[in-house]
Design a binder for this molecule. Sequence first.
Ligand SMILES: NC(=O)c1ccc[n+]([C@@H]2O[C@H](COP(=O)([O-])OP(=O)(O)OC[C@H]3O[C@@H](n4cnc5c(N)ncnc54)[C@H](OP(=O)(O)O)[C@@H]3O)[C@@H](O)[C@H]2O)c1
Length: 303
Amino acid sequence: METLKSARNGIDIPLVGFGTYQLSAEQAEFCVSEALKAGFRHIDSAEGYNNEEGTGRGIKAAGIPRDEIFLTTKLFPGNKQWGAPEKNYEQTIDSLKNQLQQLQLDYVDLYLIHAPLSELRLEQWTALVELKKSGLTKHIGVSNYNEERIKEILDEGLAKPEANQVEFHPICAQIDLSGYMKENSITPIAYSSLAPLLTWRTEEGQGGEVLAELKQECQGVINEIARKLKVSEARLLLRWGLQHDYCVLTRSSKAERIRENLNVFNFKIPDTDMERLDRLNQDEAFAWAANGLNPMEVAPPLK
Ligand SMILES: NC(=O)c1ccc[n+]([C@@H]2O[C@H](COP(=O)([O-])OP(=O)(O)OC[C@H]3O[C@@H](n4cnc5c(N)ncnc54)[C@H](OP(=O)(O)O)[C@@H]3O)[C@@H](O)[C@H]2O)c1
């Protein structure tokens, strides 16, 4: 499916990726296999999702050649506040090696630091640079890094992150950061594109109820434009991200929705409707809110 592949600032990355957060290992196996069979060629995983073995089995079951799949995964950096030990250089190297074993792969396409939660983040970044040199990952990047956190890396004269994965949807539009990433050729990847939906994370323990009132205020506009364009609200939100030059990630535990979420290349949101959606921005992040934090704002500057 050619429309799925495109370079975003130098990384040849399929524009729509399938995410695996909040899936059990068994669900990840089924859903990743379904997603690949449906045409997804970009899978988003993480050490912290505790399901990489299932994701690996799903990749194997789909029978797609490895070089046709773009696999991203993330380092869990550790976090003092959660009592989770922070990873040093060697532990970061070992993390990817362990993850590759779980995934049953020889390399990943993109390795990210999941969030700037650790004071050892520059040491972790140095390890990612080494992992790229050794070929265990093709590209390296970060996630949940704001401009200040990215500059910490650049100010040390270290290699620039090739990508930054952040929450991005009309209510959380990352305007300044998006501009900064564009200027600096850092590939933008959107997560939780569907957070404005009332159907987002509705199962118990998934945390979708947080900030529900705010969503309801935006629902009218999203619903009206989706109906006018004769597309579902989910497709509208994913398309909005693509038209802002982001790669978008989406996740569903249901085969029908997995297929629906890939169907975003045969319509365009007119400029006037893009502007209406853009006006919903409140710089409000939902994805980590159930944990009581915004990962882009918690890290104090390094001394
Ligand atoms: N770097 C980070 O810190 C970070 C944070 C969050 C997410 N991520 C990545 O980004 C991926 C996507 O984010 P997300 O998990 O928040 O997923 P999402 O795609 O924004 O939303 C998933 C939720 O929406 C529902 N949904 C999916 N398709 C739908 C459709 N067509 N119509 C109505 N509802 C639909 C799903 O329910 P059902 O399962 O019931 O269909 C689920 O509750 C994650 O899986 C993960 O890989 C990264």
